[in-house]
Each structure stands twice: as C-alpha cells, then as structure tokens.
Write a new protein. Sequence first.
Length: 247
Amino acid sequence: MDLIVTADYAALSRTAADRIAETIAANPTAAIVAATGDTPMGAYRELAARRRRDAIRTDRLRVFQLDEYLGIGPEDRRSLYGWMERAFLAPLGIPAARVVRLNGTASDLAATCRAYDETVCAAGGFDLAILGLGPNGHLGFNEPPTAPDAPTRVVDLTPESVASNARYWGDPEEVPRRALTAGMEVLLAARQTLLLVSGASKRAILHRVVDGPAVSDVPASLLQRSAGVTILADEAAWGVNSAVGGG
Ligand code: PGA
C-alpha cells in the first residue's frame, strides 16, 4: 500500500481527483465502484468542475454502486443510489444505462447480489475502487469481521456504523439496520484502489489499517494484501508527526 498524506481535505480531494482523472484518461470506459459518504465528495466536486471545463470526459465510464440500505428505494432521501446520482452520476454525465445498481428493494436480494458479482466479473473486475473508511474499519458495508472472500450480500449494520451514518440523516432511528454491500472479494481484487480518509476521528482506525496486521476484524486492513492500493489521508487523519509508512 502507498500512503500519501496531504495538508488538508482540499489537497486530499485535489490529489484524489488527479488520480481518478489519470485512470479515466488511460481508460475512458473504466469500471469504477464509487463510494458515497462525506469523504469522497470533495474529489467528486473537483471532477465535476474539470468536466465542466472539458478537461475530462466521463460519460463512457461504467459505474458500480458500492452499497445500499435494505428496503430503501431511490426516491427515499436516505437512498445511497440517490446520493451517488446527485454527487457523481449527474455531475459527470454518466447515463443510467452505464450504472450497475445494488437495489435495496429487489424482491430477490440473493439474486440481485449474485447478478452484481457476475456483472463485475464479466466486466473483468473493477479498474478503480474509490472507497471511504468506516470508523470500525469497514469498506462499503463489509462490517467487521469480514472474510476476504466475502461475496456481495445482505449485511446487518454494526451499532458503530448506525451511529456514524446518523451523521447524514440527523437521527440514529432514521438509519436502516440492514444493507447490501459489494463483497470484499470484488473490492480487494480491484486493479487500483483509492482509500480516502479525512479527519481526526479516523486516526486510530487508519493506523490499525496501515500499521496493524491484516485481519478480518479490521476489513480495510485486508487491502494490505492487494496490489495498486493508495491511501490518501489528510494530516488530521494521519497525524502530522507520524512517520509515513506503507509502501
Ligand atoms: P465518511 O464515511 O466518508 O462519511 O466518513 C465512510 C464510511 O463510513 O465508510
């Protein structure tokens, strides 16, 4: 894993946008799994600005949804698909036909999950995974403990994730208790991964991801065994005086 520490969130977002733009320039039809959550929003805004200047072309990308709450449709304000649409798909002009959803209201959830993994596989795997880091070390909703070969599936959210996601909707009671998540196996196999981490609240878990052993109890630490992983952290998350590890 490579670790890049930036001065602040703005620099983290610009650096992430640079990396994503390089991938898109090299492969305009890249298969990308794109997280929601607060952390990648600055990078997405930066990409949208570059698109408005015609500096990048994004409409041929193939975009995969990372996770979704169970029983929540796109019209619900908590829908992660809705969030991805507002923050990523619409500003980057990606047509619905080029998006692979995780539908939390599907009647046959097992079939939905199987179809998702088959579609990722048919696409040749993810070219790029843009991920955030959960306060409990989750990737997507791969909650601890998660085995490295876990498929795309329905999961129960941990109390930590419920509490953390309450930030988005203002009330823990609003956060659904179950979700669909892209599996650990397809995420760990991505050819390139950007793990974006911002803020002092992530410092302890970030150091476990980078410096600790690769263990299922810290799902993101399993990235240590994957190729092409870059962690982009701001100084608030990494700590100004910490030696830069990774490699
Ligand atoms: P955040 O979420 O980017 O809003 O901190 C990350 C996550 O919980 O996966």
